[in-house]
Design a protein. Structure first.
Length: 640
């Protein structure tokens, strides 16, 4: 068990060790955006003040030096070990050796061993299970670095976080003691097993069976598909969190229970034994994310242990699902960041045509394409999305800290209030950030032109890898129905009323204390957008009272509207922080450039991106007849 000071030395040492031992060439373009990450945490959210108020962890342990050490260590690990493997892992993929063994791409295990040695996974988990007890937010904020450098490698420890969180929240003391030490140390990994061949997100149709053995264990039988990181050679055991039905369980989602099913048997003392009848049927051949093994897993009377309460499995699994949804939202921002860096490098170097406003590169045969307005618009979109996503995710991370604090204090009312707020924000983050993350990656290919379509240039891989983000953990349509139907309408509009009220309080204050006339105009624009947001919600509720299909027809446009307006508020916060900083007299030229860039990007967002919400306000009110009048046979009419 490490103290905060020894952990600081460990983290700094791992970063140096990785830096000095790496012999691979860094993938061109990836640079850890530490300056921007520290701007968001320190200048927008004042994270030190936030940490000092936490009671369930030692906030003083998360000192500025500790935070810098964590970010710097992750940055070196990401830049020097993970980024160089990103393309080669895509080409090599995972190899299914047999029904019980899967080989990950070259270099993945060596990098994972370094991760284990450094104690990275345990940063924010309880000391009683071998963690270091730092605030939960720090793990998510720092994970952006490894996720951007090599998304598929990051999935292996990333899935384990969901398993750890689920067992921590719902497992018995015996189950925690048996599994958490190895999961927190990263010696084992975890997965989430929901989907079955006959059903995707409709978990009411789950058929996997769990038969009690009378000794506290269960025999699990069934097939699960699309299991990310379902099998690999990084660790000697994998703990699968599996949804299954007990005999005579109620039908539908109310009859699902959750079980911990290890790949290999685990003795009471934690030693690993023989295989547990957990067999890989195949590895999926996918569009992207080739470095992650996506498996079909066949459980053949595999031994499992109940997590939580019988028939409450789906409720318990939402701890894992919400962890994954936040991680998937992060994936959208990461793709925008990586694509932006690669596109920016190319745009500054690639010469093509002359600027319409006059020659910019008189000594060359043409001007760099970054001078062309359309290229600049595409770059600014990528920049606005990656940096806006970073702020949106940070806000949710800090809420996670506060909820953990309330739960530790036994303040169920405060914890429920924060949980409700996160429940409102999570589908927006997951649905919106993955959609615009895909768009940002697509614009990167556009900037590179034909060269962006060639595999060796890496741009098309960024798009292929992120495309799944808008599908897994619930498609955008499912996130939208969750937001509008379950979170807003079923709660009689209380979540949107609360959110708009809180936002308007900030926006009015920002407008009257604005650091510039332009910022004041931006605040006023957002005030109008929030008032319209609540008005549109009310109109949808009225229409849905007589036309149930209206919710499904309006939901995705509603979610995207929510996302653009929410990101706008984050850009206002960043604009405000940058304008305040620009008034300082001790700034270097690099500082001035950084803060001016924030102000300029905010202008772009409000002038060019936020206006998308205007069209969405129109399309979300489209009559359902537009979609329902055409019959199923008419869809096929051209082929008859």
């Amino acid at each position: 068990m490490q103290s905060a000071k020894s952990a600081l030395r460990t983290l700094a040492g791992v970063g140096a060790r990785v830096l000095n031992s790496s012999s691979r060439t860094q993938v061109r373009g990836y640079r850890a955006p530490l300056r921007d990450m520290k701007f968001v945490t320190n200048e927008v959210y004042n994270i030190q003040d936030h940490y000092s108020k936490l009671k369930h962890v030692d906030g003083s342990a998360a000192s500025p030096d500790m935070i810098d050490a964590v970010l710097d260590g992750f940055a070196k690990f990401a830049e020097n070990d993970l980024a160089p493997m990103n393309q080669t892992a895509d080409s090599e993929g995972c190899t299914w050796v047999s029904g019980t063994e899967t080989k990950t791409p070259t270099g993945f295990k060596a990098a994972y061993d370094s991760y284990v040695e450094g104690g990275w996974q345990g940063l924010t988990y309880p000391e009683e299970y071998g963690g270091q007890g730092l605030p939960p937010s720090l793990a998510i904020i720092s994970s952006e670095l490894v996720a951007t450098a090599n998304w598929t490698w990051s999935m292996y420890p990333g899935l384990s976080k969901g398993a750890i969180n689920t067992i921590l929240a719902h497992g018995s003391p015996e189950l925690k003691e048996k599994y958490l030490h190895k999961l927190v140390s990263s010696e084992w990994t975890g997965t989430m097993c929901l989907t079955e061949p006959h059903c995707g997100s409709d978990l009411a149709q789950v058929k996997t069976k769990a038969v009690p053995q009378g000794d506290g264990t269960y025999k699990i039988t069934g097939t699960k598909i699309f299991i990310s990181c379902g099998d690999h050679d990084l660790t000697d055991n994998i703990v699968h969190c599996v949804l299954a039905r007990l005999p005579d369980a109620p039908e539908g989602t109310r009859g699902i229970s959750l079980f911990a099913v290890p790949k290999k048997h685990v003795a009471d003392d934690g030693t690993v034994g023989d295989y547990n009848n957990v067999k890989v049927g195949r590895i999926e051949d996918k569009m992207g994310c080739h470095g992650s093994s996506t498996c079909e897993i066949n459980f053949e009377e595999a031994e499992g242990v109940l997590i939580g309460t019988e028939n409450k499995g789906l409720n318990h699994m939402f701890t894992f699902i919400n962890t994954s949804r936040l991680g998937t939202a992060l994936q959208g921002g990461c793709a925008a960041e990586l694509s932006y860096q690669l596109a920016l490098d190319y745009a500054k170097e690639r010469l093509a045509m002359r600027s319409l406003s006059g020659i910019k590169n008189p000594d060359g045969p043409a001007d760099p394409i970054i001078v062309h307005p359309d290229v600049r618009k595409n770059l600014l979109f990528q920049k606005a999305i990656s940096e806006g996503a970073r702020s949106m995710i940070t806000e949710c991370c800090l809420l996670w800290d506060n909820m953990a604090d309330a739960e530790a204090a036994g303040d169920t009312k405060a914890a429920r209030k924060i949980d409700d707020r996160m429940g409102f924000l999570t589908p927006i983050l997951k649905g919106f950030l993955t959609e615009v993350g895909c768009e940002a990656a697509n614009k990167g290919i556009q900037i590179w032109g034909g060269h962006g379509y060639i595999k060796q240039n890496h741009m098309e891989q960024v798009f292929r890898d992120v495309r799944i983000s808008a599908v897994w953990e619930g498609t955008t349509g499912i996130q939208a129905l969750d937001l509008l139907g379950r979170k807003v309408l079923l709660q009689k509009l209380k979540p949107i009323a609360s959110h708009v009220s809180e936002s308007l309080s900030y926006l009015r204050g920002a407008m009257f204390s604005a650091q510039s006339s332009e910022m004041r105009s931006h605040a006023y624009t957002l005030i109008k957008a929030h008032v319209r947001w609540q008005y549109l919600t009310t109109r949808i509720a009225i229409k849905a009272s007589s036309d149930k299909d209206f919710v499904g027809a309006a939901s995705v446009d509603y979610l995207m509207y929510s996302g653009y307006v929410s990101m706008g508020q984050h850009w206002l916060k960043m604009e405000e922080a940058a304008l305040k900083a620009l008034k300082r007299t001790d700034l270097t030229q690099a500082d001035k450039d950084f803060y001016s860039s924030k102000v300029d990007t905010a202008r772009y967002y409000f002038d060019y991106v936020l206006p998308r919400s205007d069209s969405l306000a129109t399309t979300m009110m489209t009559p359902t007849e537009t979609f329902t009048k055409i019959t199923n046979d008419e869809f096929d009419a051209a082929y008859n």
